[in-house]
Design a protein around this ligand. Structure first.
Ligand code: ZN
Length: 255
């Protein structure tokens, strides 16, 4: 009814207590709040039936949910973990994944992000802790603490796990942004510039208290950039060939 991606099953026809068998037609998905209103008799069965025939998530084009973060949040992208890092991925001076500090004392940390696929379809957008997943093109499921977006039945485009109050794990993902490309799974993380430079990590990494996690420029990639623009971890500038994956010590010293 409201397009919430976190839902419960509602047996509206027949009601659960009278159900001898589960008929798929008589079951719909309701968020906890609407489910409670239905149970209290504040929403009629007819209204539920009409809503089930025309799911809000489909007419809106997205299913939505919220993150509840206390800090400092720890965001894991594939095998890389970012603690106390505001811009986790920045491409050409635009944050594509960021966690901002609370606006007021005791307020929540605020995560925002854009996950687009190669064809510039927006898989998932996070605006200040509210996430929206494209339900027109993709299949979105939320099970327990996981959000999974599939392109096809067996093809996962994005898998995100929430471990409140601090951690979000983006276990599998791909992000494209104006020619920059970053993708990863549990074992591998790859960052590419539009110019073809590439940073590859097979193991994990950790960036703690940095301004920027991955900074992607037209022709360079910085990892763990602090306030003065010094690369704390490593920086790579591999001309031409992709996949060499070796940090370039010269680039590491170049602010
Ligand atoms: Zn609802």
């Amino acid at each position: 009814m409201c397009g919430a991606a976190v839902y419960q099953y509602e047996h509206f026809d027949p009601v659960f207590a009278e159900a001898c068998e589960h008929s798929a037609d008589g079951i719909t998905l309701l968020c906890g709040s609407h489910h409670d209103e239905k149970t209290r008799g504040l929403i009629s069965i007819d209204t539920i039936r009409h809503a089930a025939a025309k799911p809000r998530a489909l007419s809106d084009g997205f299913a939505k949910g919220s993150f509840y973060l206390e800090g400092p949040p720890k965001v894991t992208l594939a095998s890389w973990t970012f603690i106390n890092t505001q811009s986790i991925v920045r491409a050409f001076d635009t944050d594509i994944l960021a966690v901002k500090p609370p606006e007021f004392d005791g307020g929540p940390f605020r995560i925002s992000g854009i996950f687009e696929d190669r064809a510039q379809n927006r898989l998932l957008e996070i605006i200040e802790n509210e996430w929206r997943g494209d339900s027109k093109i993709y299949d979105i499921t939320t099970e327990a603490n996981k959000i999974c977006i599939r392109r096809k039945p067996r093809e996962i485009a994005l898998l995100l796990e929430v471990h409140p109050p601090r951690a979000i794990i983006v276990a599998r993902f791909e992000m494209f942004f104006r020619g920059a490309h970053i993708e990863g799974n549990q074992t591998r993380l790859t960052v590419r510039t539009p110019g073809g430079q590439e940073f590859q990590s097979q193991g994990g990494g950790e960036v703690d208290t940095a301004m920027i996690g991955f900074a992607i420029g037209p022709n360079e990639i910085g990892v763990g950039t602090c306030a003065r623009g010094v690369y704390l971890e490593k920086a790579v500038a591999i001309p031409e060939r992709r996949g060499a994956g070796r940090p370039n010590p010269a680039a590491a010293n170049d602010p």
